[in-house]
Design a protein around this ligand. Structure first.
Ligand code: PRX
Length: 631
């Protein structure tokens, strides 16, 4: 299933467009099914209704674990590297991982979890997180992993939205020199979560936690009470595998739903191809399992292919800016998959931290999460890859399940900072605002996909209409990505960034409306508007314009209070980088905030603000410019 040459890619791509069902059936053949499908694909984008491999029966953990045992039982499946460099790393072979997953799956069963139940996972980046995820999949429970940086309120909203029955967490987590009291956050969240019956708590940071009688259980106690025999639940290909919440331009985060069969095929296929994974190599994805990148390329993609996946608890620059390079040297990493924000942050320390580090095992580099700037691309290429490692700039989304537009390492001719070409089976098109297809090369437009692929989302949990409105209604019969894109003279795709009200901060998607709602909850705030602006390390920063009429002398303290409110409501990742207090916001006569103008001001533009003729009160703009300049 690995593509070896560009001619083969072109041929495969042509075939995948002409005969999509034959193409995907051929790929799916390489996985383990208890029963094969009756029908490869049925679909329409109008409802939408998408089904892949209908009638097929399988369990994804038999693909990720059991099927490797006979030949590769002693091969490392997960290598874990602690936040603390002095702590020994842990290796879980396929055999050990299989055993731990079965054991923990039995713990879930013992606590009343059955197929279809939703389970919230809020854990540090430790092997038990992967174990928890796979244990859910083993028994057909639906996991909803929440990134460790979200607040109690965000967690409660997510738990309630999908009526989770059980929570798996830990006492706390380490990230660099910070500690997060995960259990405390969960305790706060659960005050408002009536559906949660049990909480399983892993000991990790050894910080004292309160344990509620009848509800809270220790992970370590529970696993002692069960055995390691846990046959996998038989799942339909279209049964739900997981929910992952993500931000959009409006309202609260949506629970993106992925199903078992198509997701597995897609994560596995894209992993093996784009990264050119070879048996016995060590694959290191620096993402957190709380995001889709971790789901697909730390857990499911690599494990379904029998790969060795490296899981890192900490941050690349802690305790020193050499940490990432030390890890690569220590574990002889062959493929490094990270985000532009991490590259820029490492780059800011210069090349000293790289000196004397043996990175010669590296063969392929990858980038994900946001557009990579050329400077960062070249630094990655020269200083890390020594111009010897292809960089795969992989464009995709939580909703797409796996890589969509990306080079295939050693196959696709590269261009700096460019996602290049669609993977086989992916049919991108560019459209204008009215939805007309923009044909030819050397053009810009909104990026849509016109044909289904196995890894695509099926719905948004509990609200199918929202899925339809968000992704399939802007342009009829197309999946709309929310991204702008250029197709250059050679037909290569270069993603230019979001065209909706979503900000990409350090590769994390944050909806401006969500941040505004959080700011508006602060006492004294009348109204606010939030936009993104270019940020040297984070890619985009958050700029908030806030109407706060009774501002006292201590405006700095008020800013901090507002940041505290945002941290409480969403989490620290959504804290604005810049705040200005203003007396009004630029609005049209119909009361709509003209974000276009605010974006320009946030970018430092003062004169060329575009058409301002529809503004209700132009004087407001002058005041905002002055206030923003004073920051
Ligand atoms: O704007 C695109 C950007 O990240 C968005 C998806 O965010 P999320 O669902 O959180 O998933 C991130 C990891 C897959 C996209 O709509 N994005 C992701 N990868 C790239 C990118 N923008 C440019 N180049 C990329 N390689």
């Amino acid at each position: 299933m690995q593509i070896k040459s560009f001619a083969e890619y072109e041929e495969t791509y042509r075939f995948s467009v002409e005969w999509p069902e034959k193409f995907w059936a051929g790929i799916a053949e390489e996985f383990l099914w208890r029963k094969k499908w009756d029908k490869v694909l049925s679909w329409n984008f109008s409802e939408p209704n998408i089904k892949w491999f209908e009638g097929a029966k399988l369990n994804i953990t038999e693909n990720c674990l059991d099927r490797h045992l006979a030949k590769n039982g002693d091969k490392p499946a997960i290598i874990w590297e602690s936040n603390d460099p002095d702590k020994s790393s842990i290796t879980l072979t396929y055999k050990v991982l299989h055993e731990q997953v079965c054991r923990f799956a039995n713990v879930l069963k013992k606590n009343g979890v059955v197929k279809g139940d939703r389970i919230c996972i809020y854990m540090p980046m430790v092997p038990e997180l992967a174990v928890a995820v796979l244990a859910c999949a083993r028994i057909g429970a639906v996991h909803s992993v929440i990134f460790g940086g979200f607040s109690a309120k965000s967690i409660a909203d997510r738990i309630n939205d999908s009526a989770c029955k059980l929570v798996i967490t830990a006492d706390g987590s380490f990230r660099g020199n910070k500690q997060i009291q995960l259990k405390e956050v969960i305790d706060d969240a659960l005050i408002g979560c009536p559906t949660v019956e049990k909480v399983i708590v892993l000991t990790h940071t050894r910080t004292p936690v309160s344990m509620l009688k009848g509800r809270d259980l220790w992970f370590e106690d529970e696993i002692k009470q069960v055995d390691t025999d846990c046959p996998a639940e038989e799942m339909d290909a279209e049964d739900m595998l997981f929910i992952l919440y993500t931000s959009g331009s409006t309202g609260k985060p949506k629970g993106v739903v992925h199903t078992v069969g198509g997701y597995m095929v897609y994560a596995g296929y894209t992993f093996t191809n784009a990264f050119n994974y070879q048996p016995d190599e060590v694959f290191f994805c620096t993402a957190d399992i709380g995001w889709i990148t971790g789901h697909s390329y730390i857990v499911y993609g690599p494990l379904s292919q029998g790969a060795t996946t490296l899981m890192f608890e900490g941050v690349p620059t802690h305790p020193t800016p050499s940490r990432l390079w030390e890890i690569i040297e220590k574990h002889k990493v062959n493929i490094l998959y990270t985000a532009p924000t991490a590259i820029r942050s490492l780059m800011s320390y210069g090349t000293d931290p790289l000196k004397g580090k043996d990175l010669s095992t590296l063969r392929v580099l990858g980038s994900v999460g946001e557009p990579i700037n050329e400077e960062a691309w070249h630094w990655f290429d020269e200083e890390v890859g020594h111009k010897n490692c292809p960089i795969v700039d992989t464009w995709w989304q939580t909703e797409t399940g796996g890589l969509m537009i990306s080079p295939i390492a050693f196959v696709t001719p590269l261009k700096p900072a460019c996602a290049t070409l669609p993977l086989p089976g992916i049919q991108p098109i560019l459209v204008d605002e009215q939805g007309n297809e923009i044909e030819g090369n050397g053009v810009n437009g909104n990026l849509c996909i016109k044909f289904p692929w196995p890894g695509m989302l099926r719905t948004t949990y509990g609200d199918h209409e929202r899925c339809k409105q968000t992704y399939f209604s802007t342009y009829p019969d197309l999946y709309f990505t929310g991204d702008g894109c250029m197709r250059d003279e050679d037909g290569y795709y270069k993603i230019t960034g979001r065209v909706d009200d979503v900000i990409n901060v350090s590769g994390h998607r944050i909806g401006t409306a969500e941040v505004e709602n959080a700011i508006n909850m602060h006492a004294g705030v009348v109204e606010s508007a939030v936009v993104g602006y270019p940020h040297e390390i984070k890619g985009q920063g958050i700029f908030a314009f806030i109407i706060y009429p009774k501002l006292h002398n201590e405006s700095d303290l008020t800013k901090k209070d507002i940041l505290q409110t945002v941290t409480r409501v969403i989490g620290a990742i959504a804290k604005p980088d810049k705040i200005v207090f203003v007396s009004g916001l630029p609005k049209t006569r119909s009361g709509k905030i003209m974000r276009r103008i605010l974006r320009k001001i946030a970018e430092g533009e003062t004169t060329n603000l575009g058409d301002t003729s529809t503004l209700l009160d132009p004087a407001v703009v002058e005041e905002i410019i002055v206030a923003a300049k004073q920051l």
